[in-house]
Write a protein that binds this ligand. Structure first.
Ligand code: SF4
Ligand code: SF4
Length: 105
């Protein structure tokens, strides 16, 4: 009879950067499938997108401007849910042939 060793299973886990590194992306430089309104973001009371995006694509610079880059988007929709002030003015999936390609190994 075999038993699973929880400590072994835990040590075999990959961290987030490793997991994201296994995905590939076809980036559409002509069309950002998600876009933000800098003025709304400037007045945002919580900047929830920064901590909620699993790919860390939102950042608030020293200039207090919200920065976002659609390259690397996992198309999960989390930012759309947490953005209650309406700073995300467009959320769509990438055009056909573009976007994330998940790898499962
Ligand atoms: S949560 Fe929405 S409004 Fe607030 S900073 Fe992020 S994108 Fe802008
Ligand atoms: S859809 Fe997901 S991965 Fe893409 S920007 Fe929004 S939270 Fe980040």
């Amino acid at each position: 009879m075999t038993t699973s060793d929880p400590s072994t299973a835990t040590s075999a886990r990959l961290d987030t950067a490793d997991l994201l590194g296994r995905d590939s992306f076809e980036v559409d430089d002509e069309y950002a499938h998600i876009s933000i309104d800098p003025a709304v973001c400037r007045a945002c009371p919580h900047h929830a997108c920064v901590s909620a995006c699993p790919a860390s694509l939102f950042s608030c610079g020293s200039d207090a401007e919200m920065h976002f880059d659609h390259a690397g988007c996992l198309e999960c929709g989390t930012c759309r849910v947490v953005c209650t002030p309406g700073g995300i003015v467009r959320w769509t999936y990438p055009h056909s042939g573009f976007g994330v390609v998940f790898r499962f190994s």
